[in-house]
Design a protein around this ligand. Structure first.
Ligand code: NAP
Length: 527
């Protein structure tokens, strides 16, 4: 049996691993691998495949399933002998809910494969549905003892720090990186792993399990006319604790919006609900759950009705900005505290939890999210690292390692932020890496210093000939940071550089980049 996964934050991968464990316990030979590792030739030789895949952004494939999807879409293979099942993960807040799973499911069917188990589409509280799908998708093979996935998962959770059992990591440092006058609030956060037994490698991520802002919890309780200690039937903790640690009380879920839309006859709300996607997004931009309830301030909602409409509080994933080689038991993070104004002042759940609310000696729930492809290569291999804003994080770990090893290969770092005066984060560290030779080309793009925006990809285009030469010499290319615009623009620039300097069409250049991805020489950590 082949179990394939495409994962954004590690949830699909963890579920695939639970499925593999159950399958082995039920007597199957199991191969587990990420979708991008599977070529169409491999797929055509398989007879039994289970796929666990999450959806990224607006209905897109996760990054380790992009190649798989590009290839199957470009030349759909004949898969007559294949039996398969798809478990799709998503978030009903997005219009294209579970689209990646739906696309793969439909594509395999169109290729002639036979669905052995129906696709299940899971929302954020996926545990029960996913477990039921795994149980149904993995029959007993001859000789295995019947073992339930629940028993296996419980066993696993006792063994390791995980999303549901995070390590309470004490905060050691919270240093403001943004200088006076900055329009951003970037922080260097250091957490301790001491005593956890956890290890990681430079390039990995961690999941942080946040707690909601206590002031927001109080506002929420007032809106519901309840107190912290109120107990709701069916819940094992007081309402205040539910709102603090278990439920998403900032971003409204689709279920909540639909629920309010069904009872509140406000003209603007109804126009947004019945309008285009843009109108919907513009209306709900910046509104939190309380704002949605307050569209009609007279609306009285029972806590027992409202609570099931809220999404579970999710962990947030951060790229690690350190390496155990140089930083021992510490995990460093580069965090942009998200803040905005609308009806009131708001703060991102996890970034302000880390930046504002963790006092000395307090802990943040943490668990590892490995990123096995995002690794520093041998010292003589050239590296091209691209990461403006928080995207600089993993390169601090990479460069610290190269610095410690006395490596002096060709390394490019394209980073920067808004203004040089106040947003030149990690200047001292970068100057040190440069002076030592660990970093040979530091290229800084400060977007808001000139009349025209300067972005990292503009500097890359200037360096096109040298970058192409480095790629030809075996360079590894890394891309980290904002996925919505930056990563797309940087990738398009890479294609143009390859096309221009490699003297080929853009179509061939795209293939060349896909080949680099398959070889593990072009890797992304984007969010
Ligand atoms: P950012 O503040 O959005 O941007 C960093 C720099 O990239 C700015 O100079 C920006 O310029 C520039 N930029 C904007 N559009 C670009 C494009 N198309 N191509 C190239 N450069 C572009 O970046 P950030 O601090 O990394 O935050 C990005 C998002 O990630 C935030 O929404 C944050 O909440 C989220 N996030 C952060 C973390 C974390 O803190 N570690 C983790 C997960 C998610 P201009 O702004 O001047 O256009």
């Amino acid at each position: 049996m082949n179990i394939l996964f495409g994962s954004v934050t590690g949830t699909a991968e963890n579920l695939a691993r639970s499925a593999a464990k159950l399958a082995r316990a039920r007597g199957h030979d199991v191969n587990i691998t990420e979708l991008d590792e599977v070529s169409m030739d491999d797929l055509a030789t398989m007879d039994d495949v289970l796929i666990v895949v999450s959806t990224y952004g607006e209905g897109e494939m996760p990054f380790n399933a992009e190649l798989f999807w590009d290839e199957i879409e470009a030349a759909p293979p004949v898969l007559q002998g294949l039996k398969y099942g798809v478990l799709a993960l998503g978030d009903t807040a997005y219009e294209q809910f579970c689209q990646a799973g739906k696309d793969i499911d439909a594509m395999l069917e169109a290729c002639g494969a036979t669905r052995r188990v129906d696709r299940v589409d899971c929302d954020l509280n996926y545990e029960k549905d996913a477990q039921a799908w795994i149980e149904a998708a993995i029959p007993m093979a001859g000789g295995g003892e019947v073992v339930s996935v629940e028993a296996l998962t419980e066993e696993e959770e006792e063994e390791v720090w995980s999303r549901t059992n995070p390590f309470p990591a004490p905060i050691l440092e919270n240093r403001k990186l943004s200088g006076e006058g900055s329009t951003k609030d970037m922080r260097h956060i250091v957490l301790s792993l001491e005593g956890s037994g956890l290890t990681y490698e430079a390039g990995d991520c961690v999941g942080i399990v946040p707690k909601n802002d206590p002031e927001l919890v109080q506002q929420f309780l007032r809106r519901l006319n309840k107190t912290w200690v109120t107990r709701l039937p069916g819940y094992d903790v007081p309402l205040g604790e539910l709102l603090t640690s278990r439920l998403e009380i900032l971003t409204p879920s689709k279920a909540l919006i639909d629920g309010v839309g069904a009872v509140v006859q406000d003209a603007d709300l109804q126009a947004a609900l019945n309008g285009t996607r843009e109108e919907y997004e513009a209306y709900f931009w910046g509104k939190d759950v309380i704002d949605v309830l307050n569209i009609d301030p007279r609306l009285v909602v029972g806590a027992d009705i409202l609570i099931p409409l809220l999404s579970p509080l999710q962990h947030r994933s951060y790229s690690i900005a350190s390496t155990p080689v140089c930083h021992g038991d510490e995990v460093h993070l580069t965090v942009a505290a998200v803040r905005w104004e609308n009806e009131r002042s708001y703060g991102g759940v996890c970034s302000t939890f880390l930046a504002d609310r963790l006092e000395e000696g307090e802990t943040a729930g943490l668990f590892p999210i490995p990123n096995k492809r995002f690794r520093v290569p041998a010292p003589d291999v050239p590296m091209i690292m691209v990461g403006p804003g928080t995207g600089i994080a993993p390169y601090l770990g990479f460069l610290a390692e190269r610095y410690a090893a006395g490596a002096k290969g060709e390394t490019w770092l394209y980073t920067g932020d808004r203004n040089r005066d106040c947003d030149h984060c990690y200047e001292e560290e970068l100057v040190g890496f440069e002076a030592s030779g660990a970093l040979s080309h530091l290229r800084l793009a400060f977007s808001r210093d000139g009349a025209q925006k300067t972005y990292v990809q503009h500097l890359m285009a200037e360096d096109g000939a040298a970058l192409w030469q480095a790629i030809e010499a075996g360079a590894h290319i890394y891309l980290c940071g904002d996925a919505k615009r930056m990563a797309l623009d940087v990738e398009a620039t890479l294609v143009r550089i390859i096309a221009e300097h490699g003297q080929m069409t853009e179509r061939y250049a795209e293939d060349r980049l896909a080949q680099l991805r398959r070889q593990g020489r072009y890797v992304k950590d984007v969010y």
